[in-house]
Design a protein around this ligand. Sequence first.
Ligand code: COA
Length: 260
Amino acid sequence: MEFNNLTVEISQPIATVTVNRPNVLNALNLETVGELGTAFSMLEADPNVRAIIMTGAGEKAFVAGADITEFRGKSAPAMIPFAKKGHDVARIMESMGKPIIAAVNGYALGGGCEMAMACDIRFAADTARFGQPEILLGLIPGMGGTQRLARLVGLGIARELIYGGEQISAQRAYEIGLVNRVFPLEQLIDETAKFAHKLAALPSHALKMAKLATNYGYDQSLDNGLMLETQCFAHCWSHPNLEEGVAAFLEKRKANFHQD
Ligand code: COA
């Protein structure tokens, strides 16, 4: 499928979604947000894709936020659908059964930080910068930042970043748990691809259950989360890959998993 503001490359079993508006540091206009939703839905349905990388075009930015040029002269009724679209895309990303890894190659500000947070795992270049600078425009995050940042790094640090609007380095993002790993920029894509391939080689049904149990269980009470975990755990027992994984371990050989 062709997009105006994205490239989607599939090199089985990995797909790479690249936001491709380098002249505006990959800022997200409404069309781009819609295209991201379409792209992730398409990749969810593609049986040849088992892990996804999200990144930004060029060496300067992952995504430098919502496209501020679309803000001028707008009012809440016009902008609420934009924010809701962002929420919808993030939910598509979080609810799909395949892992998404953000390769944050530069600025991840505002909606860029929010999209990175909707990915399962974040790897960053040592040059990357993170932040929720909306307050500097007289705004607050509108694509999930007020909720996901606190869930990832804790309420205290989330308040500091959202209230103050300051940018932080990749190293600081790593220290607060916003980023999983930091690499030199030139190694970022290779290292992310290596990890994506590692995930793609694992039994996809178990990976899907792991994602659903962690993502959907997180906001539940412990009892409800444990109930969900039990359902996902039980689902794994109905898949022949489990027998193969156990047999391979006991027979001291490499497992030959069937990927569905
Ligand atoms: N929306 C629209 N355009 C943007 C943009 C955004 N979020 N972020 C950057 N751009 C554009 C700039 O206007 C500039 O366009 P121009 O070349 O036509 O002047 C181009 O991208 C390059 O950005 P520039 O500001 O010149 O780069 P820089 O290296 O000096 O600064 C940033 C980089 C990221 C610090 C700065 O662009 C910035 O603060 N961007 C806005 C970040 C933001 O507030 N995001 C949240 C929005 S809700």
